[in-house]
Design a protein around this ligand. Structure first.
Ligand SMILES: [Zn+2]
Length: 176
């Protein structure tokens, strides 16, 4: 057999790492309800370590991630369950600098359609202005009829070069 055939895939590596993890793991005896009653919605970006960057520990929060940290219907679904069934009260939205979605456009859907013969039902949710995209996300959470607790919904841009969060004002600054 070729050495290549026996080489571990990355998933094999994950499974091996898990076996090690489980060896020292002890049941924390936690409830499913997040201790700090917060849901964090963030981009899936590999450079963003949410727990480290926000001082979060195991059991503290719900993390809801997708490409861009976009508030899609499915994110609303998760937030609704998070608040109504699992007791969270605050929402933190985290986008970041240098996001892959800044280099895409809705043209991506057209290209997909041309290639595979079917247009996706979902929007790409590409953006040019990250601050405005965070505002849009805050607005979608605040105006959702399904999410009952919207007093503490805040949005941020994480700088992937400094590790710092910058808070976004929900109001659009007046053009001057
Ligand atoms: Zn991103």
């Amino acid at each position: 057999m070729d050495a290549k055939d026996t080489a571990d895939t990355v998933t094999d590596e994950l499974v091996a790492a898990n076996a090690q993890y489980a060896e020292s793991f002890t049941d924390p005896g936690m409830d499913a309800r997040p201790v700090r009653r917060v849901a964090v919605v963030a981009c899936m970006d590999a450079r963003l370590d949410l727990h480290e960057a926000l001082g979060l520990a195991l059991g503290d929060c719900h993390t809801i991630r997708n490409a861009g940290g976009v508030v899609t219907d499915d994110v609303i679904r998760s937030l609704t369950i998070s608040q109504r069934a699992l007791g969270t009260r605050s929402v933190a939205l985290i986008h970041h600098t240098n996001c892959g979605l800044e280099s895409l456009s809705e043209e991506f859907r057209h290209e997909l359609e041309m290639e595979v013969g079917q247009r996706p039902a979902w929007a790409v949710e590409a953006f040019k202005d990250v601050d405005q995209d965070v505002r849009q996300s805050m607005q979608r959470v605040r105006t959702s009829p399904f999410v009952p607790h919207t007093d503490d919904v805040r949005g941020f841009v994480f700088d992937v070069t400094t590790g710092l969060l910058r808070e976004i004002d929900p109001e659009i600054p007046r053009e001057r």
